[in-house]
Every structure is written in C-alpha cells, then in structure tokens.
Design a protein around this ligand. Structure first.
Ligand SMILES: C[S@@+](CC[C@H](N)C(=O)[O-])C[C@H]1O[C@@H](n2cnc3c(N)ncnc32)[C@H](O)[C@@H]1O
Length: 439
C-alpha cells in the first residue's frame, strides 16, 4: 500500500469505530478517540437548526458550512464526507421536497448509518453514496452547492478533491466548506499534542496553501466566512511542553484554525456568435485588412466586392470568401479566416453558402488557385486540374495570370447540380398513430 492508501485506511478504520458511537460519547471521549476529527472544541451547536436530526449528529464537525452555503429550494447539494448525515439533513430542510441532497463517504459504517437515518426520517430525496471524494461518484456539472464539514483535512490529496468539486459543480455553482487549517508551522511536539487532543491536525495544511489550492483550481470570490482559533488549554500543553515553550507558543501567533470557506465556480463562458452577410462596398477596407493579415492579395479586388460573403464574430470581421463570376465559371478567392477563429468551420460555411449563391447566378464550375490549402479544399470536393484545362475566363483573371506563382495548385469543383439529401421513407408508425387513420 502507498502512504496515501495507508492514511486512508487509518481514517476509514477510525470513522468505522466512531460510527458506532453516539454524539455524547464522542464529545466525552474526544481526547481519547485518537485522530477522529471534530469535537467539543470545534463542533457547532446544530440542535436549533431546521432539519437537525440528533441521530445524525456525531459531534464530528468543525464549523457550520450550511450557514454560508446560500442553499435555495430546489437545489442539488453535495455533502462531502457526509458521516451519519448531519449536514445533509440540514441541507435537506433548505432544498425542500423539490431539491436533492447527495452525501458521499468512504466509510461503509457511516454510509449505513446515514441511510438508516434517512429511512427513519422518510426522505426520498437524500441519498448517501459510497465513494472517495478524490474521485467522486458523480457526473460533471450536477451540483448547485457543495458543502463539507471537517473532511478535507483528512484527505491526502486536497488539490484533487478541490478539482473534483470544480468538476461536479454547475457553472456559477458554489461551495461552503468548514475545515481545519494551520497558521504558521507548529513545533512537532505541539502538533502531536494538538492531534491527540483535537484530531484533524496531522493532515491540516497552512491556511494560505489551502486558499491557494482553491484559487489554482479556478474558483472565484474566495472568502473566509468564519474563522475560529482552536484553543488548546495551558494545563494540557504544560503536560507536554515547558512553561517557556508555552509562553513562546502563545506569543508566536501560530495556531490551529477552524475556517469556513466559500468560493464560486465561474459562470460558463458565453459562446461567441458568428453572423454571415454579403459584403458591401463599405466593407472594403476591413476586408483588405483581413486579407493582408493572412498574406492574400488585395490589389485586384473589385471595390464593390460583388459575390463576397463575410463572417462576423461579435460584430467584428472574422472571415471572407469571394467568387469572381464570368458566365458559367467562377473563381473562388480570398478565402480567409482570422487567426483567432480558425478551426471553427467558418471557412467551410463561407464556401458552402457562397457556392449556393453563385449557383443561383448560373455558375456551373468553380475554380480556385492555392499554394497552401489544396488538402483543405480536397475535403470540400475540389479536384486538382492541369493549368491548361482552365477555361479562358479564369486564365485571364488578374489573380490567375499575374499574382499567383506557377507552382500554385489549380482546383475545380462542379457545382451546377445542387446537392440534395433524400430522407428515409416515413413508416406507418412514424407518420401516424394507428387510431388516427391518417396513413
Ligand atoms: C470528521 S468526520 C465528519 C463527518 C460529517 N461531515 C459531520 O460533520 O458529521 C469525516 C468524515 O469524512 C469521511 N472521509 C474522510 N476521508 C474521505 C474520503 N477521502 N472520501 C470520502 N469520505 C471521507 C470519513 O469517513 C468521515 O465520515
């Protein structure tokens, strides 16, 4: 087993034991039950909260995450390390019958206890799933709110849990998590006393590192909603350290903190919208700018830009394509898309729409000349042809005769016949219901 697996096995073993005990027992034996997290020093009084279920309160929390979770009726709330369901049942009171609460825990005895509690309470919208919160048994973007009480400090890979929280939250969703963090490096002997006395300390990280991980995962509006110093009594500390060491500790500002942190997953980025329209003479300068930026010629452009189709992204020119029409022959030219909008299918759409447009004007063959994009146009059904096969109307165009090097590839596509798609024959069952008799 790796160190991480060992740590998790220890945590599971401890909480399997704790699951068999009552709140009163855990409070009384907080010092004695080893590294079980949460005790009288840290746990908040839940008893007055709506939704409070005494059987689910094992006194294992170190804050009150639902207090800052802004849970609304109908929300889906995930409770990480749900224990016997203490926070899940409080969240259930806030989401109401139209919402949903899912608790996740990797100690089977805790899951069993939480499910028994939910059954007794008769809730059908509170579910407890067995699983490791480093790999949550949840799809992406399912939660409005994530809460957790005194759990992340027990998890070896906190960054992984935070990234999982980001994954399961919907865009604009948020979390409220109570946890134990450290401020300053506690001397080893103090750390051991604290661990014996209060639990949760051995896996706790520095507050700044904790908040840094949240920021790195992409969360916004990160706020420490509540912070409470965990006070270790002098009498206890003096059993382990000298009075001078105690004095130095008290003056150092080092400490163990219970914090409740809130943060939001950013809203989904709004998709850019692409609009297409035929060019007008007033577009000439913008078109020239775009063509020049991608190295295409502009000197021979007809200033009226006939048969030029343009693509605009959020109002700014992002793509062009034009056809010089001579009778039944067209020369496709100036197919250009600005760097930021390549590979979104804009060029393909410009060429397809323009092809339809010039077909209506009687164009039957479309030619183009390219030095770089022959593979691309092959995929659009253009075929390479010899230069001497090019009709005189195209061969005489300025672009063809003057501007392109002789190494350029000439390509052709027959466009005289429109492309059509034949739909499947509708079957009786899909065209009507047996009773309607419409077939
Ligand atoms: C201190 S207790 C808190 C329980 C509950 N949140 C409460 O306040 O009553 C920690 C809980 O987290 C669970 N836990 C610890 N590490 C976990 C992990 N990696 N995945 C899932 N659950 C975990 C433990 O099994 C335990 O039930």
């Amino acid at each position: 087993m790796t160190t991480e697996q060992n740590l998790k096995a220890l945590v599971r073993e401890k909480y399997a034991e704790v699951a068999q005990q009552s709140h009163a027992h855990n409070i009384v034996t907080a010092c004695g039950c080893g590294p079980a997290c949460g005790d009288a020093l840290m746990a908040e009084d839940y008893s007055q909260l709506q939704g409070y279920a005494a059987e689910a309160d094992l006194g294992l929390g170190c804050g009150l995450p639902t207090q800052f979770a802004h849970i609304k009726a109908g929300d889906t709330v995930i409770d990480l390390g749900s224990g016997a369901g203490n926070d899940a049942f409080v969240a259930r009171a806030e989401v109401g019958p139209t919402g949903k609460v899912i608790g996740i825990d990797f100690t089977e005895a805790m899951i069993a206890k939480a499910r028994t509690n939910a059954d007794k309470l008769g809730f059908n919208n509170v579910e407890f799933r067995y699983g490791d919160i480093e790999q949550m048994p949840l799809n992406d973007n399912v939660a409005d709110v994530v809460v957790s009480n005194c759990v992340l400090n027990l998890v070896p890979n906190k960054a992984q849990v935070i990234s999982e929280i980001h994954r399961v939250l919907k865009p604009s969703g948020h979390f409220s998590i109570s946890d134990i963090v450290l401020e300053g490096e506690l001397p080893q002997d103090l750390r051991q006393v604290a661990e014996l006395y209060a639990g949760c300390v051995s896996g706790a990280v520095q507050k700044d590192d904790y908040l840094g991980m949240i920021q790195k995962a992409g969360f916004e509006n990160i706020t420490v909603q509540k912070q409470k110093a965990i006070h270790l009594p002098d009498e206890l500390l003096l059993e382990y350290i000298t009075p001078d060491a105690l004095k130095a500790f008290r003056e150092s500002g080092l400490g163990i903190l219970s914090v409740t942190v809130y943060a939001e997953k950013p809203a989904a980025e709004a998709a850019d919208t692409v609009a297409f329209r035929m060019a007008q003479a007033a577009d000439l300068e913008e078109v020239k700018k775009l063509l020049s930026s991608v190295g295409l010629p502009t000197e021979d452009l007809n200033p009226a830009l006939p048969n030029f189709l343009l693509a605009f992204v959020n109002g700014a020119l992002a793509g062009t394509a034009g056809v010089e029409v001579t009778g039944e022959v067209g020369l496709l030219r100036s197919v250009a898309v600005s760097d930021s909008y390549r590979n979104y299918g804009i060029a393909r759409r410009l060429v397809a729409d323009l092809t339809k447009q010039v077909r209506l004007q009687g164009v039957k063959s479309l030619y183009l000349i390219t030095t770089t994009a022959d593979r691309y146009f092959e995929k659009q059904d253009f075929m390479t042809v010899k230069r001497d096969e090019v009709p005189v109307e195209v061969a005489q165009s300025t672009q063809f005769s003057g501007l392109c090097p002789s190494s350029a590839v000439v390509m052709k596509k027959e466009i005289g016949k429109p492309k059509i798609k034949l739909n499947e024959l509708a079957t009786a069952s899909s065209c009507c219901s047996p009773s309607s008799g419409c077939c």
